[in-house]
Design a protein. Structure first.
Length: 138
């Protein structure tokens, strides 16, 4: 190991080469547009993670009952986090990577405020609200 590889920052402590990635500099943050406002994004974050990181916990409501929905399972199973991205409807925010220039809408055109998740009409949870099992408010 060369002298440059042997110390972390000149302090004399050996650096394990496997830990070099930890010291990597991330790309600079950027912002995406969400319902006309801006949300900061760390490169590699999903839209759901960026919304959650910005303090936004729910961004739509159920059609029946008006219960809040947002990031619930975080792995694409529950469909509670659906959004429209750059005109493409019903994308799962928890699986969709945020990219510079993204325009996100939490509303579906013609369907009213906050019900972007109703693209799966006809599928009902045991509770009957179409939100899937579990979710916010259960």
């Amino acid at each position: 190991m060369s002298g440059a590889d042997a110390t972390a920052d000149g302090g004399g402590a050996a650096v394990n080469p496997a830990h070099r990635l930890v010291r990597a500099r991330p790309e600079p943050e950027f912002a995406i547009e969400v319902d006309g406002g801006t949300v900061p994004v760390i490169p590699g974050q999903t839209i759901g993670a960026a919304l959650y990181g910005a303090g936004i916990r729910s961004w739509r409501t159920t059609r029946s009952g008006g219960r809040p929905r947002g990031l619930f399972c975080g792995i694409g199973v529950c469909f509670d986090c659906l959004v429209t991205v750059n005109g493409a409807p019903s994308l799962r925010a928890c699986l969709t990577e945020a990219r510079p220039g993204d325009r996100v809408s939490t509303r579906t055109a013609g369907s009213g405020e906050g019900d972007a998740g109703h693209a799966r009409e006809g599928t009902r949870s045991p509770g009957g609200d179409g939100a899937g099992e579990g979710g916010v408010g259960r």
